[in-house]
Design a protein around this ligand. Structure first.
Ligand code: PEP
Ligand code: MG
Length: 579
């Protein structure tokens, strides 16, 4: 038994056998062979190389003279697959380490990929895809019919991977994937957010989990405490089964209170909405007591089907609107880039500081305009707001608003009905925008604080990097100053300021956020009953005092301590769960 600890990003407990994603999404069922089988494993590898070579030669012949470029790419793959240095390294690791041929291929290829990555040379890095393609081809030949990918899992598993992208995570089937753990990742990465959306317990940032666990190991993934227990004993399994039951009971109890209002003791109504990534989440968000959807992350429509146009978007929106049955919906325009790379996008050195979000949309007007048309049209089916992410400058905002006007004009000319009065707001996710918010306020209908990114961009801390996770602090006074500035601007210009980042999903932060004057939140759906319950314990003037004290403090740690003490004293019965 071994216990590994990382960052808990999606609550819940999973007890299942490990599935290691060594290469892309291909499962390698077995990592070791017995000493006596080493020589036959080497022969299997040589046979796989020969078979792959034949397949490639046939493909190249078929493509030559027709799709010349593909034929040339396959010739490169053929040369790579025949490389004697590569062969001898793979054979050596089968012989020395008793690896299966598939595992040895994956290991050696990964080593080559890492070397290319570390070279920093764009020319060499272009070869990475070739290497990965060759790896996949060899694995497919070696595993044959036994090939199992994430999309065709035969049994329940706990997925272990070096990293999972948000798009890969979106494809996980929660009926088969009981939990996952990765080497990389941070608490507010989009992978973590997607795990919560799917209700899959997850722990990230464990550094070496993918090289420690062996396929088939029994695992417990504790998504509350951020632990992975490898080969647990019977008593640990029993203890975790009991805990899972207990958490289920608490969750059912909270769910039974979901419909109760979110109102402070002295009568201040607070709106608690849900953040969603997929239309399928709406029904349960409403059951958890959401007053609406405050953030619909539409980029997953694009990631799952990049060619999706206006009609596909419109269909998704109509599905969500129908399930909401009159409750409001805020649709965010595409927030691609960063860790949600659209197909065919150029590799960037710093994708979170690169062509992300509204920048991507302005550089790709066709999908942007198609989405705006769909949003404007969807407004005829229910109360819809449009929200523009990651705006950093006024010209960028003005250009976006101009495009919305132009699209509206096109629809009018084409005689297509749409909602002429859709409120348009912006997400404040970058300090530059927060600091010029008064110039923003009279241009839009609402402001929504995207604290996940606001923290990342204010503190220069990558939200998905486990190595700097300790520095990622939503309670840093600079972050609180920016939020407080925005609330003041909202009051001065009489526009709504809401907060839709993960910061408000942490109940212990709620007294502070309400005390600062926020009256609308959008959070992870499952946490809505708990957050509403906390709100029902608050008195406005008391939390205003608390917020004033916190705003005088110089560091996030002191503020966190103050909030914990306050919760222990003022939220009896609730506090023990929050701390
Ligand atoms: C945010 O940045 O706080 C936010 C809600 O957007 P996302 O997490 O999708 O970047
Ligand atoms: Mg964001």
């Amino acid at each position: 038994m071994e216990i590994k600890s990382g960052i808990a990003v999606s609550p819940g407990i999973a007890i299942a056998d490990a599935l290691i994603l060594d290469s892309e999404e291909i499962r390698i069922p077995q990592r070791y062979v017995s000493k006596g089988d080493v020589e036959s494993e080497i022969l299997r590898f040589e046979q796989a190389v020969e078979d792959s070579n034949k397949i490639l030669e046939e493909e190249i012949k078929r493509l030559e003279g027709e799709v010349e470029i593909h034929a040339r790419i396959l010739s490169v793959h053929k040369d790579l697959a025949a490389d004697p240095a590569l062969h001898s390294e793979i054979q050596q690791s089968i012989r020395d380490k008793s690896y299966t041929a598939a595992h040895a291929v994956s290991r050696v290829m990964n080593r080559y990929v890492r070397k290319l990555q570390e070279s920093g040379s764009p020319l060499l890095m272009e070869r990475i895809h070739d290497l990965q393609d060759v790896e996949k081809m060899l694995l497919s030949t070696l595993l044959g019919k036994r090939i199992e990918t994430l999309s065709n899992l035969g049994s329940e598993v706990a997925v272990i991977a070096h990293n999972l992208t948000p798009a890969q995570t979106a494809k996980l089937d929660p009926r088969k994937v009981m939990g996952f753990a990765t080497d990389l990742g941070g608490k507010t990465s989009h992978t973590a957010i997607m795990a919560r959306a799917l209700g899959i317990p997850a722990v990230v940032g464990i550094d070496d989990i993918s090289t420690t666990v062996i396929g088939g190991d029994r695992l417990i993934i504790d998504g509350y405490r951020g632990l992975v227990i490898i080969d647990p004993d019977d008593s640990q399994i029993e203890e975790y089964q009991d805990r899972a039951e207990e958490m289920k009971r608490i969750s059912l109890h909270l769910r039974s209170q979901a419909a109760l209002p979110a109102e402070t003791i002295d009568g201040h109504g607070i709106e608690v909405h849900a953040n969603i990534e997929l239309p399928g989440e709406v029904d349960s968000a409403v059951e958890w007591g959401a007053a609406g959807i405050g953030l619909y992350r539409t980029e997953f429509i694009h990631l799952q089907a990049p060619e999706s146009g206006e009609e596909v978007h419109l269909e998704h929106y109509k599905t969500v609107i129908k399930s909401l049955n009159g409750l409001p919906l805020t649709i965010r325009t595409l927030d691609l880039g960063g860790d949600k790379l659209p197909e065919g996008s150029l590799e960037e050195e710093n994708p979170f500081l690169g062509c992300r979000s509204i920048r991507w949309c302005l550089a790709n007007p066709k999908p942007f305009r198609a989405q705006i048309r769909a949003i404007l049209r969807s407004g005829l089916h229910g109360p819809v707001r449009m929200m523009l992410p990651m705006i950093t400058t006024i010209p960028e905002l003005d250009r976006s608003l101009q495009i919305i006007d132009e699209v509206s004009e096109d629809l009018r000319k084409e005689d297509i009905d749409f909602d002429e009065n859709i409120p348009v707001g912006v997400m404040v996710e970058v300090p530059s925008l927060a600091l010029i918010a008064s110039h923003v306020a009279h241009r839009v209908s609402f402001l929504s604080v995207g604290s996940n990114d606001l923290v990342q961009y204010t503190l220069a801390v990558d939200r998905g990097n486990e190595q700097v996770a300790d520095l990622y602090d939503p309670l840093h006074p600079a972050v609180l100053q920016l939020i407080s500035t925005l609330i003041k601007v909202g009051e001065d210009h009489d526009i709504r300021v809401c907060l839709c980042g993960e910061m408000a999903s942490e109940s212990v932060h709620l007294p502070l956020l309400v005390g600062l004057g926020l009256r609308e939140f959008s959070i992870t759906p499952q946490l809505i009953p708990e957050v509403k319950q906390v709100i029902r314990h608050l008195v406005d003037y008391e939390v205003r005092d608390l917020a004033a004290r916190c705003m005088d403090m110089s560091d996030g740690e002191s503020i966190a301590r103050e909030l914990r003490f306050w919760a222990l004293e003022n939220l009896p019965g609730v506090a023990s769960r929050l701390i």
